[in-house]
Design a protein around this ligand. Structure first.
Ligand code: PEP
Length: 248
């Protein structure tokens, strides 16, 4: 199995001063210790972040990108620009983009194709709402999101999927390690059936209220290959503990 991956999604948080302080602390502490680490600040802080982590093993990613490489798309940021400035990862299809910006699976698929073409490593987010879980539809919803994003792609090496149950994001509720493991195993099974996806090298991260005190038990599950961390990634000590739990 490949190394675990821990990614911080900083969402719309931070200032130049807090980014400098947080990344300064992370850059000093994160070693090349058997875990891949990335942080995803807001667009306006990406250039700063790339410079601060340049001599550390921490990679920088964006929280979204355009589905186009260039052109008349006011307000958009191209994956080509992101790669050019030193970003190596991009989060796509986060539930907050699906919910607040109406992103469809088709748009996620188009962004994914553009990101791969630009050389970025994609983190494709999937996950069900509380209602969908309660009505027994969680697995079919997640399978449909995976197929919608992945089935028409030309070929994807080193895919990362983040399973983020919507009911666990920012709520303090976490899927139990058993619930997460069951969904991760399902996701890997679905990936095996999608042409062009190398399921053997794909990593499936768990996201949804991951914290220092629940990371270890999540990472102990066979098919949990890391975490996408929101709130806890804004606190250096919390994030470093999660990275520590992944390096064991
Ligand atoms: C996220 O939004 O990607 C996330 C996992 O958030 P949190 O850890 O705050 O639940």
């Amino acid at each position: 199995m490949s190394q675990l991956l821990v990614v911080g999604n900083w969402k719309m948080n931070g200032s130049e001063a807090t980014v400098a302080a947080l990344l300064g602390e992370l850059a000093l502490a994160v070693q090349t210790s058997g875990v891949d680490v990335a942080v995803c600040p807001a667009y306006v802080h990406l250039g700063q972040a790339v410079k601060v982590v340049a001599s550390s093993p921490i990679a920088v990613g964006a929280q979204d990108c355009s589905h186009r490489a260039t052109g008349a798309y006011t307000g958009e940021v191209s994956p080509v620009m992101l790669f050019d400035m030193g970003c190596r990862w991009v989060i796509l299809g986060h539930s907050e983009r699906r919910q607040y910006h109406g992103e469809s699976d088709a748009l996620v698929a188009a962004k994914l194709a553009a990101a791969i073409e630009a050389g970025l490593s994609p983190i494709v987010c999937v996950g069900e709402t509380r209602e969908q879980r309660e009505s027994g539809d969680a697995e079919s919803v997640v399978a449909a999101q995976l197929l919608g994003a992945l089935k028409a792609q030309a070929g994807i090496d080193s895919l990362v999927v983040a399973y983020e149950p919507v009911w666990a994001i920012g709520t303090g509720l976490t899927a139990s390690p058993q619930q997460a493991q069951a969904m991760h195993a399902h996701i890997k099974l679905v990936l095996e059936g999608i042409a062009g996806v190398d399921a053997a090298t794909a990593r499936v991260l768990y996201g949804g209220s991951v914290k220092a005190d629940n990371a270890r038990e999540l990472f102990a599950e066979e098919d949990i290959d890391g975490a996408l961390v929101g709130g806890a990634s804004l606190v250096a000590s919390e994030f470093l503990s999660i990275v520590g739990a992944a390096s064991i």
